[in-house]
Design a protein around this ligand. Structure first.
Ligand SMILES: [Zn+2]
Length: 220
């Protein structure tokens, strides 16, 4: 029986690495798959992991139709046993519905990988629908760590070094690779934090500044 599986974790928990490993394992068994992503950290249509692995992928635009794509491919004689879907948090509700339909109607396995909640601590649209529909949910066991050493469970966004909890949901970037925000004037970066430090807006940089300050600052 085919399944819709959702693998989730914070940034830095190794989702893209596992997506590529999953593809490798199934391909090694002679199965035929397709890899999808959207807004990858490299800005190209490929799945790239922080460990340096990359694989070409099909870019999922907002109007991309998974059902149409697979049916057209099968009609043209292609064989598709499974789909690997990275950055699935950015997919639309409708696209997740299409993935579930492919599992049920065409017995195609779908392995979706994505972050659960955004920097405002709200569920991403794609992730919400996956939680609602997935046959199985897997929380990644590689734990990302907050600067304090605790398990990082929340994603923080900083703009010009200041943590924000409001704004457009989709701005792609890395902590290491700062890039221009939607307004074009802010340096947007992401960082994983434990819940307590997310709640207190205490990023690694701010914690460092606080530890270097002569007087403890009243935060909280
Ligand atoms: Zn912490």
């Amino acid at each position: 029986m085919a399944e819709l599986q959702f693998f989730t974790g914070t940034m830095d928990s190794g989702k893209s690495t596992l997506a590529l490993q999953t593809n490798h394992n199934h391909a090694a068994r002679g199965r035929s798959g397709r890899i999808f992503t959207t807004h990858d950290r490299t800005g190209q249509a490929q799945v790239s992991s922080r460990l340096g692995l990359t694989h070409d992928a099909i870019e999922v635009e907002a109007d991309f139709d998974f059902w149409r794509y697979v049916v057209d491919s099968l009609t043209q004689g292609a064989r598709i046993d499974y789909l690997v879907c990275d950055e699935a948090q950015f997919y639309t509700r409708k696209q997740i519905d299409q993935l579930a339909k492919l599992v049920d109607e065409l017995q195609i396995d779908v392995f979706a990988f994505g972050i659960l909640t955004d920097f405002r601590t709200a569920l991403f649209e794609g992730s919400q629908r996956l939680v609602e529909l997935a046959d199985r949910m897997n929380v990644l066991q590689v734990e990302a760590l907050c600067w304090c050493g605790k398990r990082a469970t929340h994603n923080a966004r900083t703009e010009n070094g200041v943590m924000v909890t409001e704004g457009e949901v989709i701005v792609v970037g890395d902590v290491e690779e700062q890039e221009r925000g939607p307004a074009g004037d802010a340096n947007v970066a992401y960082e994983v934090l434990c819940r307590q430090h997310h709640r207190r807006h205490l990023t690694a940089a701010r914690a460092k500044a606080v530890s270097l300050a002569p007087e403890p600052l009243p935060f909280g």
